[in-house]
Design a binder for this molecule. Structure first.
Ligand code: GMT
Length: 386
């Protein structure tokens, strides 16, 4: 192995795709022999059991009585600097620009140039927050001060350039799936809890925020269920959940829709689905569509953001303009009614996930970036993913 690195990782530990990517990446890097220090306010939810080379440092917020708003960001920056000095870290890799990238910059100012910083942009840190004039300059500063910046799709790279007028290079680091976890699971018994032999399952997984357009999911399902005996499984929770529940009741679909709440064993749950629905308004990549792809489940979704870089229209799923639920339903119906086409899509999904987005490939990409910012000459072979 090339020189073993000591890396601090900061992410949102309790929710979201960026936290999943950061945690899974940390675990994979640790397996490859690097020393990983998670610096977060709680244990990352995907961390799982004890693993060699992984350490966790909790950020504690100082809530001194004069503070109306206890300064989490400053506590995080101090903790990053403290861990970096104590553990002799080579670099800090932060996920999501706000506030993590700016905290990393502060930490570097405290530690000195020896500490390098890498920022990964995940989505709404740019597509929503960088549109906010009160944050724009701060996000630009954070990006410009990072030794390397990566983003999870070409679309997000372009949007970052356009919104923030950034000229520095931004590396592309797609989301990935661990092929040892995401593959089609045997799930006939779980499936039979929800559907009969000739019924299909449509699924949506998200944090039910407005950008996910979960109401569109219900509209698509309402149209599909008129033609194909089917059920809709909704996984996750969030602010739009009550609105969605109301819509389901008003359309009289209560008996055909199941709410599964938050689920940990996503690979198992996804494996029972026939189609994943992702009609988002904004989606820098769409990790859930990749997880579905790796389990052999095609996605019907929108052309938003980076989704077309992941879902090949007409091969591993179908995409439509944002909000065009009629077209999305039409695609879902034709796919579900044509078994031969469905099997072709399934095979294409499995192949694309394994070869283009496998864990080994993307982890090696991140390693290459780390060695580059540290000025270490390293030969990282391109892994063969088949
Ligand atoms: O940007 C967000 O909304 C948060 C973030 C998260 O933590 O879930 O999601 C983004 O990051 C994921 C991992 O890189 C991407 O797969 C999601 O597409 C992206 N979400 C959006 O762009 C809405």
């Amino acid at each position: 192995m090339e020189r073993r690195l000591k890396i601090g990782i900061t992410c949102y530990p309790t929710l979201g795709g960026s936290g999943v990517v950061a945690t899974e990446l940390g675990k994979l890097l640790a397996e490859r022999g690097h020393e990983i220090h998670f610096i977060t306010h709680s244990v990352p939810f995907r961390l799982g059991h004890f693993q060699k080379n992984i350490f966790y440092h909790e950020v504690e917020v100082n809530d001194y009585y004069v503070f109306r708003y206890p300064p989490y960001d400053l506590s995080l920056a101090s903790k990053m600097a403290q861990v970096a000095k104590m553990q002799n870290l080579d670099l800090l890799h932060v996920h999501y620009a706000v506030p993590h990238a700016i905290c990393a910059y502060l930490a570097k100012e405290m530690v000195g140039e020896g500490l390098k910083t890498v920022t990964t942009l995940h989505g709404t840190d740019i597509t929503v927050l960088a549109q906010d004039e009160s944050l724009k300059d701060l996000i630009r500063l954070a990006i410009n001060k990072s030794d390397a910046v990566t983003a999870v799709s070409n679309d997000l790279i372009q949007e970052t350039r356009d919104l923030l007028d950034i000229n520095k290079p931004i590396d592309l680091t797609y989301n990935f799936v661990d092929k040892r976890v995401y593959y089609p699971r045997e799930c006939s018994s779980l499936r039979s809890d929800f559907v009969g032999k000739n019924e299909k399952i449509l699924m949506h997984i998200s944090n039910f925020r407005p950008v996910k357009r979960v109401s569109d999911v219900v509209d698509i399902f309402a149209k599909v269920s008129e033609h194909v005996p089917s059920r809709l499984l909704l996984v996750g929770e969030g602010p739009d959940l009550p609105k969605v529940q109301h819509k389901i009741r008003s359309l009289g679909l209560e008996n055909k829709v199941h709410f599964l709440g938050k689920q940990d064993d996503v690979a198992h749950v996804i494996s029972i689905a026939d189609i994943m629905l992702l009609p988002s308004e904004k989606e820098s990549f769409g990790l859930v569509a990749l997880e579905a792809m790796a389990c052999g489940v095609p996605t019907i979704g929108s052309f938003a953001g980076g989704i077309p870089e992941l879902v090949t229209h007409g091969e591993t799923g179908f995409l439509s303009p944002i909000g065009d639920t009629e077209d999305m339903a039409h695609h879902a119906i034709s796919l579900l009614q044509d078994e031969t086409m469905y099997q072709q899509f399934r095979e294409a999904c499995l192949h694309r996930a394994r070869t283009q987005f496998c864990n080994d490939l993307i982890t090696a990409e991140y390693e290459r970036i780390y060695y580059r910012v540290l000025g270490i000459e390293a030969e990282i072979p391109v892994p063969v993913c088949d």
